[in-house]
Design a protein around this ligand. Structure first.
Ligand SMILES: Cc1cc2nc3c(=O)[nH]c(=O)nc-3n(C[C@H](O)[C@H](O)[C@H](O)COP(=O)(O)OP(=O)(O)OC[C@H]3O[C@@H](n4cnc5c(N)ncnc54)[C@H](O)[C@@H]3O)c2cc1C
Ligand code: FES
Length: 240
């Protein structure tokens, strides 16, 4: 964990609720790791996954969920953000035929993951699920680094249905899957596809292992999403 004062390089709206925040001055981070970003006026920082990292520049894709993220959406170039960076454990980038499965804002960390596979000469398949076409984001960016299938709940873009429906419809061959998205989706993947790597969310207090507030049940006892996770093997998790 590092505490760093990052500078906003840019902040742009990607759709009605998602924005892309580019921060400079960040230490190197890996796909699956996250940062705790301060929202001005709020005591607790907000955990946000790394979406892209390059040469000190960390990109975060953020959905406005409440007052803290709404405040962050107003950040302007040149302002600073007090952040805890390099938090949590990243994905294991060892697959030869990786399948990346994202749901909603959970697609964000999979972009850096696809880039890391690309750096190893492996082009992943990415199945990106959104509620509607209007909620989709980063499709061109993903298309540059992965073979992309899009699914929307209402069929307004790509396959109608959820990400698991799209995986089944496309009959995709893979040796390991990596997923991030709503808990209901992750659980369905664990049941339907067997073991893989899941990036979990939990309400967080400290973000670095001190408060136990983010603990989940696993086959080997309680584990902290912020410290032992947020990436876990699906087979480890005891679903509530
Ligand atoms: C490891 C991790 C990585 C994350 N990565 C991203 C990311 O890349 N992009 C992104 O937009 N969001 C991400 N989140 C979720 C993000 O942290 C929350 O949406 C944010 O903290 C909400 O803050 P707020 O003040 O806007 O909303 P609040 O007013 O705090 O909450 C608004 C609503 O969001 C729900 N909520 C708040 N925190 C969480 C949480 N941690 N998990 C699930 N629901 C929550 C609340 O229950 C409430 O319904 C991540 C969360 C975790 C734990
Ligand atoms: S948020 Fe405090 S231990 Fe995880």
């Amino acid at each position: 964990m590092k505490r760093e004062l990052l500078t906003v390089k840019s902040n742009r709206k990607l759709n009605e609720s998602v924005f892309e925040l580019v921060l400079t001055g960040a230490s190197p981070m890996r796909a699956g790791q996250f940062a705790e970003l301060t929202a001005e006026g709020f005591f607790l920082r907000r955990p946000i996954s790394l979406a892209r990292y390059e040469d000190g520049e960390a990109v975060f894709l953020i959905r406005i969920a409440g007052a803290g993220t709404a405040k962050m959406s107003l950040l302007e170039a040149g302002q600073t953000v007090d952040a805890l960076t390099c938090l949590g454990n990243g994905f294991d980038v060892s697959a030869n035929a990786p399948l990346l499965i994202g749901g909603g804002i959970g697609c964000a960390p999979l972009y850096q993951l696809a880039r890391e596979f690309g750096a190893k000469g492996v082009r992943p398949v990415a199945v990106l699920g959104f509620r509607t076409a209007a909620e989709a984001y980063y499709l061109d960016e993903f298309a540059a680094v992965a073979d992309v299938t899009v699914a929307t709940d209402d069929g307004s873009l790509g396959v109608r249905g959820n990400a698991l429906d799209a995986v089944r419809a496309a009959n995709i061959r893979f040796d390991r899957y990596y997923a991030c998205g709503p808990a209901v989706m992750l659980r369905a993947l664990a049941v339907g596809l067997g073991n893989g790597q899941l990036s979990l969310e939990a309400r967080m207090g400290c973000g670095f292992g001190a408060c136990m507030g983010c603990s989940i049940k696993t086959v080997s006892g309680f584990k902290r999403v912020c410290k032992e996770g947020p990436v876990f093997e699906a087979s480890e998790i005891l679903w509530e």
